[in-house]
Design a binder for this molecule. Structure first.
Ligand SMILES: Cc1cc2nc3c(=O)[nH]c(=O)nc-3n(C[C@H](O)[C@H](O)[C@H](O)COP(=O)(O)OP(=O)(O)OC[C@H]3O[C@@H](n4cnc5c(N)ncnc54)[C@H](O)[C@@H]3O)c2cc1C
Length: 301
């Protein structure tokens, strides 16, 4: 019986693992190797790294730090969390473990434009494709920027990017834009060009990201897909925890879900979708877990 099983070995899961191991608790981490942080070519907004650090380097350092306190990470996909009285059974395809508490830190997956993985990964690594204006809008300052999206989500992303460049184009992913009067007026006020789709024919051409649109072939220094994401909250929802309308896990300010003993941190909880926020929530979750375990069975050295 583990004190806590952490599902997810991204910035949230690994931060919680470091805290919990240093509380002298018995924990296990399950991770299936698909952290969003692993796709960051170089983050420049994560404090403490002048010059930046790549996502894989950051995860590597965090894993090393966790391992130095005895944390074991199992490379497996968790398929179910089953509440059993006060405790939980956590299942993968070929094993099951028991735990007094569970922390879900499974993150989200960005919806991508339809292109092959090799092109996607090259464009991402060269900064031609970007997913997070809060993270790297600074890097597109005064550049020619495209946003693939529409509706209020596409509008918000395009408006946010106006703080970095005057040359922003919002491109409808499918056919015509779906913008109500309010959205259209806000885009007009900000001077954001609008182009209908459908988008396609993605390629890197002369160091730019090029695509077909209803207005012909266009090229940009960087393109931000604003196509939403899939929230990896299904394990918690199936176990009985409450979700928000958009599929995030509902927690209180101590990262407790509505299911006693189940906690959640990071992108899977509605929030800023940033490394620092994921780490902060994980620190809060780990300390709450420690204190609540101690109420059940006093923790003594
Ligand atoms: C291209 C890009 C650039 C970004 N740049 C920045 C930046 O510069 N600064 C910044 O602050 N943020 C940045 N972000 C956002 C940042 O990556 C996320 O906010 C952060 O990774 C969230 O951490 P997390 O631990 O919640 O989720 P994740 O990092 O996504 O980790 C979730 C983990 O859960 C595991 N998992 C999921 N389901 C299961 C399961 N069923 N069983 C086992 N394991 C499972 C996955 O393998 C994964 O390792 C960027 C994101 C992208 C995509």
């Amino acid at each position: 019986m583990h004190d806590c099983v952490i599902i997810g070995g991204g910035p949230a899961g690994l931060t919680a693992a470091i805290y919990l191991a240093r509380f002298h608790l018995d924990i296990a981490v399950f991770d299936n190797g698909s952290s969003r942080a692993a796709s960051i070519p170089c983050t420049h907004n994560h404090a403490g790294y002048p010059g930046g650090i790549s996502g894989p380097d950051l995860l590597g350092r965090m894993s090393e730090q966790a391992a130095s306190f005895g944390v074991r990470t199992h490379r497996a996909t968790v398929t179910a969390i089953e509440p059993t009285g006060d405790d939980f059974v956590i299942r993968t395809s070929d094993t099951q473990v028991e735990a007094r508490t569970v922390l879900l830190a499974t993150g989200v997956v960005n919806n991508r434009p339809d292109m092959d993985d090799a092109l996607h990964d090259r464009a991402l690594s060269e900064g031609l494709l970007r997913y997070c204006p809060i993270c790297d809008g600074y890097e597109v300052t005064d550049k020619r920027v495209g946003v693939i999206g529409t509706g209020s989500h596409g509008m918000r992303e395009a408006l946010f990017l106006c703080g970095y460049s005057r040359d922003i184009t919002l491109i409808a992913p499918d056919a015509a834009h779906m913008l109500d009067e309010e959205c259209a007026a806000a885009l007009d006020r900000a001077g954001i060009s609008r182009v209908d789709g459908p988008c396609g024919g993605y390629a890197i051409e002369q160091d730019q990201f090029a695509l077909d649109t209803a207005a012909g072939r266009l090229s940009f220094d960087s393109v931000y897909p604003a196509l939403g994401s899939q929230i990896r909250s299904e394990l918690a929802l199936a176990a009985g925890a409450r979700g928000t309308d958009d599929g995030c896990i509902v927690t209180d300010e101590h990262q407790r879900t509505t299911l006693p003993g189940l906690y959640a941190a990071g992108d899977v909880v509605k929030g800023l979708d940033q490394i620092s926020h994921a780490m902060g929530q994980a620190g809060v979750a780990a300390t709450t877990i420690r204190n609540e375990l101690s109420e059940r069975h006093p923790i003594r050295r």
